[in-house]
Ligand binder design. Structure first.
Ligand code: GLC
Length: 561
């Protein structure tokens, strides 16, 4: 694998709407991001991905873009964006934007023009089909519920395709003119100083055509879009073209939201000449999901979590560089998902931080993760904003699940969990805004907030700082960034341990993923304790006594394995 400028960095995702509000409208803004750059720098962050802040009706919180060349006034102006790029540069930081090009908004001028003239230039930017006798072109179910087909405004017999929400019409990537428009826009941003993009929902850009039905998998008579994705061939042609026309000439960084890739395609995606610099590991996030909806999902145990993560590490090997996360804006909080209920103490949160952060790959922190933010409790469905949660709620009720259980399901899996405002301090609204926050602040902000942790050497925040520093320490960097990943004690229940290894150095990450203590063998002599999430590290006779949820990072000598 070729070394790249970004391999040794720490990356961070900002969800601008919920990060920091400087003008009191209850919505986070770009000035808020600028205001917090020093904070991020101090945490150890180099690369910052901003979830969408382009002009948007926010039907899917900005993942429905009405103008790719403008900042939504709720988030600020293009001057704010230029200022952010300049301020980031001063601090040796890199800004990524979200590239949402499977679809745009139905309020984008392309779509408006397509409605005016469905058979003209802009009609060909979308998938528009004639519908006879009410029979839709295919029976796919959109990700947010209901058929993927919606009547084209102003035309009774024409329907357009949307694999997500009906306000997110799919762009027709088969049309070279559309592709040119996208590359032009990407280059416009990269020329402006953007370091790259996070690439949204990208696998969906290739449709299996012509449209056809697949066997229905629920009583609604529809089928999952995955049937079609499975059959769609040739997404690589588009992605390779995108790479050559945009990323490559700018030496920019790109990280794909890639689901359902086939193992043999990994080198194409993230190999040395891959479509993207990196892609996220979602093995653990999708674990336990059911085609029937969230209500039919099963939880994940510590052993499952370890097995998912290790499977990805093995699969990737030296092919490329994966991006490791425990949460993002579409997921519940990592500490609420991957630590069994009732056990998410600060020590357990730091343990989880240790085991994912030091894997081979680029570590990402999602805003609030660094202070141990948790899922939010719900009193009623009226408190829920996320369209996906609302759809899954309806699906659950239709399947006979009680309202109480359906609400609990949203507490476990809902996307709002990660979208509640950042908890800066214990003052009103957690210091996020002086106005009324657009989404409820998690009431636990009085305990969990940055101000309470900032100067506490034992805090979760300081622990994340230490992890980032350790990974960048010249004495260990080569091993922690590039060293091989070797599982250790993989068959031990509730243990997550692995070696990171180069010819010259071996580092052991070892964690007790449960409340009861465990004594475990060590694979070699301990040269140095590099980090531990609790004070006492007890090593004797080639063994380590780990307290509940203790995680320790050791530099070893003479490893036999
Ligand atoms: C991605 C985004 C998600 C969005 C969807 C449609 O999965 O992460 O937030 O709803 O794409 O754009």
């Amino acid at each position: 694998m070729k070394k790249q400028w970004w391999h040794g960095k720490t990356a961070y995702q900002i969800y601008p709407k919920s990060f920091f509000d400087t003008n009191g409208d209850g919505i986070g803004d770009l000035q808020g991001v600028i205001r917090k750059l020093d904070y991020l720098k101090d945490l150890g962050v180099d690369i910052v991905w901003l979830s969408p802040c382009y002009v948007s009706p926010l039907a899917d919180q900005g993942y429905d873009i009405a103008d790719y060349y403008a900042i939504d006034p709720r988030f600020g102006t293009m001057e704010d964006m230029d200022q952010l790029l300049a301020e980031a540069k001063k601090r040796d930081m890199y800004i990524l934007m979200d590239l949402v090009v499977n679809h745009c908004s139905d309020e984008h001028e392309w779509f408006k023009k397509a409605c005016e003239d469905p058979f003209g230039k802009y009609g060909k930017y979308f998938y528009i089909e004639q519908v006879k006798d009410g029979k839709l072109p295919c029976n796919w179910r959109s990700y947010f519920g209901g058929p993927v087909w919606e009547k084209l405004p102003g035309h009774d017999d024409l329907y357009y395709l949307h694999v997500f929400h009906k306000k997110q019409p799919d762009l027709n990537w088969e049309n070279p003119e559309l592709r040119e428009e996208i590359y032009k826009m990407m280059n416009w941003w990269l020329d402006r100083g953007l370091a790259g993009f996070r690439i949204d929902a990208i696998i969906n850009i290739k449709k299996a055509l012509p449209f056809k039905d697949y066997p229905a998998d629920r009583e609604d008579g529809l089928c999952s879009v995955h049937n079609m994705l499975h059959e769609a061939k040739g997404v690589g042609v588009f992605l390779g073209e995108m790479r050559d026309r945009t990323f490559k000439p700018h030496n920019s960084f790109s990280v794909g939201e890639v689901f359902n890739e086939k193992e043999e395609e990994l080198p194409d995606f993230i190999g040395d000449d891959g479509y993207f610099s990196s892609m996220f590991d979602f093995a653990e996030t999708v674990f336990g999901q059911s085609g029937d909806g969230w209500h039919a999902s099963s939880g994940i145990t510590p052993d499952d979590y370890r097995n998912c993560v290790f499977a990805t590490q093995r699969k990737i090997g030296q092919i490329g560089y994966i991006s490791n996360i425990i949460e993002n804006h579409d997921e519940p909080r990592g500490v609420s998902r991957y630590i069994p209920e009732g056990e998410a103490t600060p020590a357990a949160k730091k343990m989880l931080a240790t085991v994912y952060f030091l894997l081979r790959g680029l570590p990402w922190i999602y805003q609030g993760q660094e202070i141990g933010m948790e899922n939010i409790k719900l009193n009623s469905i009226d408190e829920v904003d996320d369209i996906s949660s609302i759809d899954n709620y309806k699906v659950a009720l239709a399947a006979g699940v009680s309202e109480k259980e359906a609400l609990h399901m949203i507490e476990l899996y809902g996307r709002d969990n990660a979208r509640t405002p950042f908890q800066w301090n214990a003052s009103e609204n957690a210091g996020f805004t002086t106005g009324t926050p657009w989404l409820r602040v998690n009431p636990n902000y009085t305990q969990i907030n940055l101000a309470a942790q900032k100067d506490d050497p034992d805090s979760i925040f300081q622990y994340y700082r230490a992890l980032s520093r350790l990974r960048k320490d010249p004495a260990y960097q080569e091993t922690l960034v590039y060293g091989a990943f070797i599982p250790y004690l993989e068959d031990h229940h509730n243990v997550m341990a692995y070696l990171r290894r180069t010819d010259d150095q071996t580092i052991l990450v070892i964690a007790n993923y449960q409340t009861q203590p465990q004594t475990l063998p060590l694979p070699g002599k301990v040269n140095r304790i590099l980090l531990a999430n609790t004070g006492n590290v007890s090593i004797q006779n080639g063994q380590i006594d780990l307290e509940g949820y203790q995680a320790v990072v050791l530099e070893l000598g003479n490893v036999i394995q």
